[in-house]
Design a protein around this ligand. Structure first.
Ligand code: CTP
Length: 478
């Protein structure tokens, strides 16, 4: 990876770097830009977070920089951690003094002492994150690379600066970061580093679920997320974090009939979806769409392997996973439940005749998420049989055009019948209870089945007739 002096100097132009250099010189503190910012600079990726390390007090330097930048700068000091942050326009600059660190075995809390730049760099996670650029005026732009990070950037390698057992046991989150960088940047994990992850995987238990999820979200949002999930599986981390996914692995054969490996199928679906959508929660739905399969798997000597109702089992498993992983238990959970529960519906439709009433029901149940559901279903086609793929895609095209036509005609997407439960109670003087529910569903079904239009008069007449058959009379016209 070529990064010459002139190029570094060009990239470090701008008010922020000038001010940091000026104040660092004033304080006579050796100061460096370090970590992810330098890595991304070499990789020509944009980054808004700048990490600054100085040999001395990071807080004092941050205060001086904030003062110099004036009103537009916002300073936060974290005395307990010896760090400070300056926000300036859309850039966040973290300041810290160079330190020597060692870690307590049972937590990620470091025991910190002041140190040299070398001490600071060697306690970092990977060689590609252990690059520093001097910023003081006299040495402006000098690259410090004690662990050959530049070469590893060139060779696309994730490797720890120290013995990987030490680096990972210092902070086990780094095992997930290794996988995340590999997936995000398209890098490879160096064999010794990989083996150390296998050895230390159990230590992931001391990491909070929030931090784990944060890394998983970055992995799933990477351009080809199967790379990350495959590495998580191969290192043994996936089994510890999401055993519901590793349970999808394997092919069973009975009477010479096998079924597909649902884990590799799932990863293909995720990659397919990653090509059409950056929606984080839709990507999670792709990863979870078949998790109900192990529970629903049966062998029938006549039909072979079946996974009946796996979408229902899968939907039911999601709440537990979301709770355990500290995912939000709000509309994101409901969205995932809906997509997992409905993911077989368009496929079934494409096998049968695509009737208006089936389309109306699908629109009604999927609501505004219908487009995402269709993306998931299209991603779910992973057959190697080109004829099958052609047929499915052609049928989905038909489903899509029917969806459009019916949505324009009937406005079913967020459909509310023109007479609701309360009005039904008033009309027939009914207490809340089963009868009201039955009449409400009869109205909904009649509209979705196309027996009556979604209009007040038609619904009113339909209710009169249906309630009349049950012996009810109207007491109040609404
Ligand atoms: N770091 C580390 N161990 C960690 C987290 C961070 O050694 N568990 C070091 C790395 O040198 C890293 C720097 O701290 O480059 C800054 O960390 P962070 O901002 O979390 O990550 P970045 O590498 O900048 O990458 P990203 O912003 O993509 O998370």
């Amino acid at each position: 990876m070529e990064l010459n002096f002139n190029e570094i100097q060009k990239k470090l132009q701008g008010k922020i770097f000038e001010v940091i250099a000026e104040e660092a010189d004033q304080l006579q503190a050796e100061t460096y830009i370090i970590g992810g910012y330098v890595r991304d600079m070499v990789l020509r990726r944009t980054s808004k977070d700048i990490d600054v390390v100085c040999v001395g007090s990071g807080i004092r330097l941050a205060q001086a920089v904030a003062g110099n930048l004036g009103k537009k700068a916002n300073l936060s000091v974290f005395k307990n951690f010896g760090t400070a942050q300056v926000k300036y326009k859309d850039t966040e600059i973290e300041f810290v003094g160079a330190r020597k660190e060692s870690y307590d075995r049972n937590s990620r809390k470091p025991i910190v002492e002041d140190g040299t730049l070398e001490d600071d760099l060697k306690r970092r996670d990977f060689t590609i994150n252990a690059l520093a650029i001097r910023i003081n005026k006299e040495h402006f732009g000098e690259l410090i690379d004690p662990f050959n990070g530049l070469q590893d950037l060139e060779d696309l390698l994730i490797r720890t600066p120290l013995d990987p057992d030490i680096t990972f046991s210092d902070d086990p989150l780094r095992m997930l970061r290794a996988v995340r960088f590999a997936s995000q940047l398209g890098f490879f994990i160096y064999p010794e580093t990989f083996e150390a992850i296998e050895r230390n995987k159990n230590r992931i238990e001391i990491i909070s679920k929030e931090r784990i999820t944060d890394e998983l979200n970055k992995i799933i949002l990477s351009p080809c997320p199967s790379v990350g999930f495959d590495l998580l599986d191969k290192t043994g981390l996936l089994e510890m974090i999401l055993p519901e996914l590793t349970a999808l692995k394997g092919v069973e054969t009975k009477e010479s009939v096998g079924h597909k490996d649902n884990f590799s199928h799932t990863l293909k679906v995720l990659d397919n979806l990653a090509r059409t959508s950056d929606n984080l929660w839709l990507r999670w739905a792709a990863l979870f769409h078949d998790i109900g399969k192990p529970r629903s798997k049966r062998f029938d000597p006549h039909t072979g392997w079946t996974f009946h109702a796996h979408e229902f089992f899968g939907m039911k498993m999601l709440k537990g996973i979301f709770q355990r992983m500290k995912f939000p238990l709000n509309e994101k959970l409901r969205y995932n439940e809906k997509l997992v529960a409905l993911h077989m519906r368009p496929i079934v439709l494409s096998d049968e005749e695509v009737t208006d009433s089936a389309i109306r029901r699908l629109l009604f149940e999927a609501g505004d998420d219908i487009d995402d559901l269709m993306l998931l279903c299209e991603a779910d086609i992973t057959s190697k049989n080109p004829e099958k793929v052609r047929r499915f895609l052609a049928n989905f095209k038909l489903v899509r055009s029917k969806l459009k036509e019916i949505e324009e005609k009937d406005k079913i997407r967020n459909f509310q019948p023109p007479i609701d439960g309360l009005q039904i109670m008033e009309m027939f003087d009914l207490p809340p209870g089963r009868m009201v529910g039955e009449l409400k569903s009869a109205v909904k079904d009649a509209i979705l089945d196309g027996l009556i239009p979604n209009e007040y008069d038609a619904v009113y007449d339909f209710l009169l007739k249906t309630a009349g058959e049950k012996g009810l009379v109207v007491v109040k016209r609404i």
